[in-house]
Design a protein around this ligand. Sequence first.
Ligand code: 0RQ
Length: 501
Amino acid sequence: KENRIHSAALRSKVMSANEAASLIQSGMNVGMSGFTGSGYPKAVPSALAKHIMDANLNGKRFKIGVWTGASTAPELDGALAMVDGIEMRLPYQSDPTCRKRINAGEMEYIDIHLSHVAQFVWFGFLGKLDVAVVEVAGILEDGRLIPSSSIGNNKTWLDQADKVILEVNSWQSAQLEGMHDIWYGTQLPPNRQPIPLVRSSDRIGEPYLRCDPDKVIAVVETHAPDRNSAFSPPDANSKLIAGHILEFLQYEVKKGRLPRELLPLQSGVGNIANAVMAGLNEGPFENLTAYTEVLQDGMLEMLKSGKLASASATAFSLSNEALAELNADLARYRERIILRPQEISNHPEVIRRLGVIAMNGMIEADIYGNVNSTHVMGSQIMNGIGGSGDFARNAYLSIFMTPSQAKGGTISCIVPMASHVDHTEHDVQVLVTEQGLADLRGLSPKQRAKTIIENCAHPNFRPALSDYYKRALQFSPGKQTPHLLDEVFDWHLRALRGERM
Ligand code: 0RQ
């Protein structure tokens, strides 16, 4: 193992993951690093899961609160959920075992806007943070930390936790040093000052995380990869959705509502997001910028081709191939990629100032444009709101996208009323499915309904949606947002019975 720990004081605290995990006790709130499968601690959480299992075998209850940046990996969320060791999870997860426990009522989960988490901890809204477990790429002689492949909430965890456990992962490229931008200017109200970030590529802070060495109770050395998930080439629907968005952006440029190089792009994770990036990579726009949460394969390709001048994010989420590409040329990419704390990457003030174009996935939208990003059939969590709300509410243009149908065509993703609402009609300007794009700007609810049904609904469900809307228009007591409350969820009830919606 290469030596990444250059502080003698911290080197003296090196121990095994097992010893470090034994310092975490039941009932503690633990702030872990990790964002969309990158930069999470690789060894301590699994060791902790073993301690929890042992305690359970001895008839003892052992549960902790797990706070992160966003989603992590099987070694963290999966391992701890498997042994039923999580009392409370926040603010975002996408782990199958976690999801199962949450939906079975065995684990509490608070789904929080990602930009809110750090400040809620500073405000004291979430209670005391006992321990931070943070992966870093190295430790400087003076004890400052080289951040890893994600920043997430690490600054806040290190500042706020009573005790700190560091995992120093020598698998992470040493060349990450210098890529990060940590701003230490955040104050609490009423003393807040403007965030001095006016271009997405601005660096406003310093490349290292600060950490009081006296709080560090353990340093664990690891050499383990991030959860790099395979990249699947865009499917037919994703390509169609990307095509509609590209056409729309070109139209907006022609109308003079967007500059030629567009405005900073934010893109959610997944197949559709990657397809949009692939489309932009082949499209007519040059000198693009990104102000986003997660840097995926699609954006890396655009940085490589030169279409994307720079990208600001809080984490990487790459395939193994893309990671190899990045690492081979990291010194060069480092000048054009900036990783920031998620409270800055997702900050409403900055998103509003920059005029970000936000593109996020959804589970369903209703005919008036309310969007459900998180719950299947109103009650089962999928992942969480993530940063979609931070961006949608504050963006220059807020776009939501989904295939028009799910589960082999048995479910319509356009419904009379969303079974859960994450983004209200007020925060949603554009809806896109493979069928087409609904530009909702400047439309009243009734005009929105017609546009969404005509442009976005699948032809298999369009007649039933039109029929619902027409009868609602006729029989609804109010004509502003017409609804038939006694049948509005019949669509979901049919799906819950296993029938076609
Ligand atoms: O389930 O794989 O079991 O079939 O939902 O759907 O179509 O693969 O789309 O991966 O882009 O996910 C909203 C979940 C979409 C995601 C959501 C089922 C479908 C499939 C996934 P299966 P797709 P995606 C930046 C921004 C919130 C966070 C966010 C998400 C599965 O985009 O988590 O935006 N967003 N963050 O079959 C029942 C429907 C359904 C449905 C889809 N109407 N009813 N099931 N599915 N529509 C990133 C971060 O913040 C970290």
